[in-house]
Design a protein around this ligand. Sequence first.
Ligand code: SAM
Length: 402
Amino acid sequence: MTPAARVQASIDILNEILAGAPVEKALTGWARRSRFAGSKDRAAIRDHVFDALRCKRSFAARGGAETGRGLMIGAMRSSGQDLAQYFSGARYAPTSVTDAEKDRGFQTEAEALDIPDWLWPEFKASLKDEANAAAIALQGRAPVHLRVNRSRADPVEIIQCLSDEGIVVQPHPACDTALEVTAGARKISQCNPYLEGLIELQDAASQAVTAALDLQPGMRVLDYCAGGGGKALALAARAEGVQVFAHDINPGRMADLPARAKRARAEISLLTSDQVSGQAPFDIVLVDAPCSGSGSWRRSPAGKWALTPKRLLELTRIQAMILESVAPLTADAGTIAYATCSMLSVENDAIVDSFLQEHSDWRSGFRKTWLVSHGADGFYSAHLTRTWIRSNNLKEFSPLIY
Ligand SMILES: C[S@@+](CC[C@H](N)C(=O)[O-])C[C@H]1O[C@@H](n2cnc3c(N)ncnc32)[C@H](O)[C@@H]1O
């Protein structure tokens, strides 16, 4: 396909998405109908579509309309490309740009930064001096990060093995298991270290959330919102003699976890909601809570535009409710590690502070926000520890002496 034909294909796919089709469905549907397209065409079109979705507001302003065509005109103008080269009217290319398709400029700061107007005050209040940098980071592509399975591999050796297969990586400062891929990312799923379970695709900040936990042999650790199990696998790879359990309210989300654990040679026990309390207490309960995903909107840009004030409020209620339900599962002097892939205070410190206000027998220690403008996804984590231990009579409580 010519570069211009790829732009036309992106316009068609974006129109489907703007009409309500899920992003992946629109992309795979187009690929199925377009057998002539090669893998490079599909990758280039995917990049166009995701770039346009990340910058939907600003591209629409610069392209004169919130349509597939408007977004692609805005994309070309924003990156300083020669519009006539793509919008040429040649066979399979989009028709020439008309005088009506003007760059109308930005009306608000939020529009220029691709954040919904209603969210911008909350975003600024949460991120303060970093708000603009974080919004700009969310307009760009996410880096590709790998986690080295340190129970089986050494990062220095992995860097060499990957290099032998044409994949260039460098250590990431977020934690000692994290590598950033700088070339050859598309080869990862077929390379030997990946097939042998020595590396996993995982964002560096997501790795740092589990790396911040003080795991000791003999501990029982529950990943309560395990989803695909990325964090459960990272926990299992970190310390020998730690028993890792995984639970999700939607067990279907953990469907791939047994195969991933087998590949990593990790032992993870899957628990249904009915089984969790029977296995309690746990020394650490990791709550990687459902959230707005504001820290990972580069990867899932549709989420940025789908979020509403009502949904954000609903999410904060779910987060608070999940913290309530895991407190009784945690051992005396055990830890709840609350985490979100969000940078919004309402989903982070506000949830933790409100839990602490309601539960005088808990206190918080470690708290950290990873910002998307610092080279990984945006993340938050806080460790909550019970400060009272139950005596033999479960109704009596006695303070833990520090
Ligand atoms: C942010 S995702 C987890 C991602 C996962 N930890 C990872 O690293 O790949 C949140 C998960 O929480 C689950 N969830 C939502 N409400 C829940 C609840 N009340 N109890 C347990 N899990 C819940 C969702 O099904 C979803 O899989």
